[in-house]
Design a protein around this ligand. Structure first.
Ligand SMILES: *[C@@H]1O[C@H](CO)[C@@H](O)[C@H](O)[C@H]1NC(C)=O
Ligand SMILES: *[C@@H]1O[C@H](CO)[C@@H](O)[C@H](O)[C@H]1NC(C)=O
Ligand SMILES: *[C@@H]1O[C@H](CO)[C@@H](O)[C@H](O)[C@H]1NC(C)=O
Ligand SMILES: *[C@@H]1O[C@H](CO)[C@@H](O)[C@H](O)[C@H]1NC(C)=O
Ligand SMILES: *[C@@H]1O[C@H](CO)[C@@H](O)[C@H](O)[C@H]1NC(C)=O
Ligand SMILES: *[C@@H]1O[C@H](CO)[C@@H](O)[C@H](O)[C@H]1NC(C)=O
Ligand SMILES: *[C@@H]1O[C@H](CO)[C@@H](O)[C@H](O)[C@H]1NC(C)=O
Length: 843
């Protein structure tokens, strides 16, 4: 409420001030009488935002500033639209639309035209409580062009619900319809412009950019929008940003300004970022680009926002094409037939203003030089096509359509009734019509969703200087390239602007500094891989049975290692096993043939076969160590050989026991001896030991697993070794512990019987066998604790085969030798003589 009161005081005060002497000249271009007047706010003359005009209590004289051709072009578009509507019989039949246009001089002349439009025809703005039925001079206002002026103006007009349609103010603040209920525009908002820019950068993979901004709302707001957008996307980084100095009103650069510009341009020249976004009104850029040209900057991609994306004056700077590629984001181009001729047409004599108004016409409605200067730009303006001019044109048409609906026009006649601004505003929100191929309607934010173009600046004569290369569709948020860009690079290649080059396949990123775009590339180590979709910054380790080389994006299945036939160690052991098998077979046959001889009997008689057959089987089963382990071969490897071994060892032990103790047992413990003989004590003992060993082996297997397990080869991680026991060494120790114990017992008996005749004395052999088995087991375990590769299996096999060979050749070999080569010693008589000799020695 207080704000409103204050506004009115300001209005009142200013009206008093402005009621001074009015401009004498009447310019026909600025005024057209009609039944309903539209206000128009354009920038025909421009000054850099200066405050010098606020030091005197006068409206600034715009004609003192440089003329702005683009502004005049837009004003002509409004005049063109009104004239076209008045010519047409279909829209507003019988109604004459008029206009009142004021040059706002960029930002220096905002308030005076506002008051002028709000006041009645007699320059009187009443201070009243209720403006619902107040009729201002104009029914709607078109403009102004820049965001700052638009916000200033909209603050006033919103109090009166006076419809205001801006044609190029893009700031997002204006989307707030609670603050600016009567403000609409025929241009997409700034966030769409920013999104188009970002998508352009992403399309060309530019992620390292420089942002330059003017020291005003335009620069600050838009660069903030861009910063927010890239922070959200996390795919573009801003190398640095600089604020451009605000030039003097007369555009003459001061020493301080030059120094600042020089350092900015020097920094730009040295930067690795080659893409530069410049958020600034075009007027503040003249000095900047002079400095850019002076320092011979080249190879930059300049990205221009709406404010200078299609600026003819900057485009006309000599030598600018050598500084790089210029890309601008601006509104789409729409051809407006007839406008090109209209633009440079000298206004015809118009009817005079109503006499009572004549002396008090508002100021800044003159531009003597406009037409002549615009004529000099005629060719290039025609080549450029209409972009923002169409926004002005469609804004006028939107008001006309709303008025048409409000006046309930039939095809021939309109009811020319009084129009209150709020009534018209309601109708403007509802319009939806087609104009030169585009559907014009306002979305919830009061914007017309026109699409945007990315234009490339060109300097070839007779060509559109702002050539469309891409289109951005706000509703789909999508950028489509429509034409190739001719890059200002020596081979027309797309310029690069990246902080770090993309990593190669299989390299992870490591951030350097704070920007996500700057990183080092580090190879993923063997055994890890990079899943780019999941995480670019961390290599993941390969799962279970897979492995990878350095710098990989996936893992391969590890090579399985197991014993194979064609390998030299396998062949060696196989040959040993074959020899063992053949010699054991030979021994078996020899023993069979000489079964009844004393040598065989002393060796254990039938028990020899109990040893020889498992030995034969064990040698024959050696092939199950070769090839890929399966559950069956694992059971075989872990159980079969060790059972065979236990049978042999227990046989030997029980024989030593019998030789040494059987007589003592017969004399001292006759009952036990009776049992021993009656129940075939040795066989029971062997069966018991075997059963015990079976239990040990089974429990060992059951407590772990019988499935073959894979583990990594310590020397080459890309190889996986398949083995039968997760902890082979402990399993082995466990399995052989009882064998060792039996060997020990056997050794003790053998030692006790060391005095026996040679042919009964096995102490040597058992000592040998036990020592061998013991040392081989110990060395195998030692070997395993330092080495875990595939050789473990072959060592295990070798030790097993050698243990069996030791029994086969060491125990049976000498006996066979005697049988074959000393048959005279293999007689009962010889044995008897030996025993007699022994007993005599004992006595
Ligand atoms: C309007 O009609 C007049 C007279 O026919 C013509 O000279 C003028 O070019 C027309 N204007 C437009 C904008 O069509
Ligand atoms: C720019 O180039 C011109 C001619 O090539 C040279 O005279 C001038 O010194 C250069 N300026 C700078 C700042 O390097
Ligand atoms: C515009 O140009 C015409 C001739 O081309 C000339 O007669 C007229 O004086 C010029 N007007 C101004 C304001 O310079
Ligand atoms: C462009 O600049 C040149 C001088 O730099 C000037 O003579 C000319 O009038 C300007 N405008 C056009 C449209 O060429
Ligand atoms: C405008 O009119 C067109 C066709 O007449 C229709 O397809 C579109 O949905 C309308 N838009 C709105 C916002 O009403
Ligand atoms: C761009 O140029 C390439 C070859 O240089 C061509 O194949 C492609 O069609 C062109 N694209 C457009 C949109 O013109
Ligand atoms: C990579 O990660 C994605 C997402 O986490 C997943 O869908 C995909 O399967 C992974 N690819 C590989 C090869 O692991």
């Amino acid at each position: 409420m207080e704000l409103r009161t204050r506004t009115f005081w300001v209005l009142f005060f200013l009206l008093q001030v402005l009621a001074g002497p009015a401009e004498p000249a009447e310019n026909l271009e600025f005024f057209l009488p009609g039944d309903y007047l539209l206000g128009g706010l354009f920038t025909l003359h421009a000054n850099v935002k200066g405050t010098s005009h606020l030091t005197i209590l006068q409206v600034p004289k715009c004609e003192e500033y440089d003329m702005k051709v683009m502004g005049y072009n837009l004003m002509q578009a409004m005049r063109f639209a009104v004239e076209e509507i008045n010519n047409q019989s279909g829209l507003l039949p019988g109604v004459q639309l008029g206009y009142e246009i004021v040059d706002i001089c960029y930002q220096t002349n905002n308030i005076q035209p506002v008051l002028y439009f709000l006041a009645r025809t007699n320059y009187f703005l009443p201070i009243i409580k209720d403006y619902s039925y107040y009729i201002p001079r104009v029914v709607a206002v078109i403009g102004p062009d820049n965001s700052e002026s638009t916000i200033t103006v909209a603050n006033f007009f919103s109090h009166f619900f006076l419809p205001q349609i801006s044609y190029s103010a893009i700031t997002d603040q204006l989307r707030d319809k609670l603050r600016y209920p009567s403000m609409l525009r025929t241009m997409p908002s700034a966030s769409h412009h920013i999104e188009a820019m970002v998508q352009l950068m992403l399309h060309f993979r530019w992620n390292w950019i420089v942002v330059l901004m003017s020291n005003d709302d335009y620069g600050r707001d838009n660069s903030q929008l861009l910063r927010d957008r890239v922070a959200r996307g996390n795919d573009i980084c801003i190398a640095f940003q600089e604020v451009l100095p605000t030039p003097q009103a007369d555009q003459v650069a001061t020493a301080a300004e030059l120094k600042q510009l020089e350092s900015i341009v020097r920094k730009l020249k040295q930067a690795t970022a080659r893409v530069v976004v410049v958020f600034s009104p075009e007027l503040a850029l003249h000095n900047f680009f002079h400095e850019v040209l002076r320092q011979n900057v080249t190879d930059i991609v300049w990205i221009a926002p709406e404010s200078w994306a299609a600026d003819l004056v900057l485009h006309n700077f000599t030598g600018l094409q050598n500084t790089g590629t210029f890309l601008g984001v601006t509104i789409q181009e729409v051809a407006m037939p007839g406008f090109s001729e209209f633009r440079v047409r000298r206004p015809e004599a118009q009817p005079e203003r109503p006499p009572n108004n004549t002396p008090r016409a508002t100021c800044n409605q003159e531009c003597e030089a406009c037409l002549n200067i615009t004529k000099s730009f005629h060719t290039v303006l025609t080549l450029s096509g209409e972009r923002v001019a169409y926004c002005v044109y469609s804004a006028v048409y939107a008001v006309a359509h709303a008025l048409h609906n409000l006046l309930h026009c039939s095809p021939y006649h309109c009811a020319k009734k009084t129009v209150y601004p709020w009534q018209l505003l309601r109708e403007i929100w509802k319009v939806n019509f087609s104009l030169l191929g585009n559907q014009i309607f306002f979305d919830e934010q009061g914007d017309v969703p026109m699409h945007l173009d990315v234009v490339q600046w060109q300097w070839h004569l007779r060509q559109n200087p702002f050539w469309s290369v891409a289109s951005y569709y706000p509703t789909q948020q999508q950028l489509k390239m429509v034409s190739n860009i001719s890059w200002h690079t020596y081979d027309n290649s797309v310029p690069m602007s990246m902080c770090s080059k993309n990593c190669q396949q299989g390299q992870k990123k490591k951030n350097v500094g704070i920007h996500p775009c700057c990183f080092e590339c580090i190879d993923c180590l063997p055994g890890t891989f990079l899943n780019q979709t999941a995480d670019e910054y961390e290599c993941q380790s390969c799962p279970g049975s897979t492995w990878s080389n350095r710098k990989e994006t996936s893992c391969f299945k590890r090579k399985l290692a197991f014993l194979e036939w064609h390998e030299a160690p396998t062949i060696f052991v196989a040959v040993l096993a074959t020899l063992g098998f053949l010699s054991t077979l030979a021994i078996l046959i020899i023993f069979w043939r000489h079964f009844h001889t004393p040598m065989v009997r002393s060796a254990g008689g039938p028990m020899c076969f109990l040893m020889l057959i498992p030995l034969l089987l064990a040698f024959g089963m050696v092939p199950i160590y070769v090839g890929r382990p399966t559950v069956l071969t694992c059971i075989g490897r872990q159980a079969f050989f060790t059972l065979c071994y236990s049978v042999c060892i227990s046989c030997i032990t029980v024989r030593s026991f019998q030789i040494v103790c059987i007589f003592k047992m017969a004399s001292h413990l006759p009952r036990t001896y009776g049992f021993w003989v009656r129940y075939h004590g040795p066989y029971v003992f062997v069966a018991l030991i075997t059963a015990l060993k079976g239990v040990i082996v089974a429990s060992n297997m059951l407590t772990t697993t019988i499935n073959p397990m894979g583990h990594t080869d310590p020397e080459d991680p890309s190889i996986m070794i398949l083995s039968c026991h997760p902890n082979y060494r402990n399993g082995l120790l466990f399995n052989t512990s009882m064998d060792l114990f039996l060997s020990m017992v056997g050794f003790i008996f053998a030692y006790l019987g060391k005095e026996l005749p040679n042919n009964y004395n096995e102490a040597k052999f058992i000592t040998l066998s036990m020592t061998f088995s013991f040392t081989s087991s110990v060395s195998l375990c030692t070997f395993m604790s330092v080495y875990n590769g595939v050789l473990v299996t072959i060592m295990d096999l070798l030790v097993t085969v050698l243990n069996f060979l030791a029994i086969s050749l060491g125990y049976f070999g000498p006996k066979c030798y005697m049988i074959l080569f000393y048959p005279e010693r293999n007689t009962a008589a010889y044995f008897n003589s030996m025993i007699q000799g022994y007993t005599m020695r004992k006595d």
